[in-house]
Design a protein around this ligand. Sequence first.
Ligand SMILES: [Zn+2]
Length: 411
Amino acid sequence: MGATPNTVVGAHPSSSALPQVQVHLQVDPITHAFSCRYRFALSAADTTTQVLLHLNRAFTLHRVRSPHAVQQRVTIVPYASDTVRRLQIRYASRSPRARWIELTYAGTMTKGEFTDHVTVFSGHSNWLPFRPYGEYELVQYELTVQVPPDYQVRSTVPAHRPRPGQWVFRGTTSAIEPTALIARQFYQTVSTTASPITLVKTGVAFTRVDTLLLHQTEAVVAYYNRTIGREAPIKQFTIFLPGTNNAAYGLLADATVITYSTFDVTDKRDALIVAHEISHKWWAYGSFHDENGWLSEAFATYSSLLYIQAQGDEAGYQAELARLAETAAGAPPLWGFNRYKHPFPMYRRVIYNKGTGILAALHRRVGTETFLKIMAQTAAQKTSTTLGFLATVDQIAGSETNGWLLQELKR
Ligand SMILES: [Zn+2]
């Protein structure tokens, strides 16, 4: 698709400047059907007179409310590599009254988002509306989940005064990431480490493999908190193991969802996945629609390599770098890369693999101490653009290295 991604520049807003989102979700765990009332309120600081919201077109939109708006339109539009339902709301001017939009919609979760034991609403479930190119826009949310009384709900934060059939969660995360896992029974365990790690599983009780995953996560978190994350350490972390067998992804709210039904960290590939996903706690701010996606994916991939290197596996580190370099050979420059002009595999080759090679080269050039200083500061600043990263490199490693890095990115 020929979409032109927006580039978000500048610092992240303080929480009072964030959109306020209220979600009321009602779920039938047997059929995986749901209905949702979603209210998006602009912050008082937001002076926009037009709000666009995208919603998965597979859902049935029952109602849109937008008091004080002068125009309200619903269309189907191309977006990224798909089509979505677009709501366009216009206001005459910045109204002194609260501006909010409420959508009521219903649907059924698709295969990959449920098993016989659990229904998953999370960052990759495509269940919430978002502003175009704003999937990872920060929002303050309250998520209320209604389920039959013999069901339980888990999220990335503890429920606020749960009672049978109703669970309320509050927090700040990106627009598509408020999370609810719904099941009759959860298996749950918490580590006794300085930063407690919680494992939450459905379907089958914990096995030896899950214990290994818990220990591996403790080690990864401790390593990151000493290095890339030392300026903004992880205080607690949750791993969800729903067994839906479709993907692994990190969530901004100190959690990751690993859905694979067989996942064993004694396999190096799985160990790298755990380390990659945990590091998304810091590497989540570069838009995945444009070249800035390397600030999320290459940084997470290289963080996982730093971890295995720190474990003494220099050979594994070198072998993985060589493998990624091979796939990146002949790929276009990262600088200005437009993913929508290429088939999907090119996104991985450039944004993940080539980007990882560039970080490895920067690491070699400046040495570990300076490199970790750059990474820790980039993480703490929630850097969302390549220019922002270059500024940090300039400040810490000097203008010559900054110029060299720019050339690498354009190569
Ligand atoms: Zn990733």
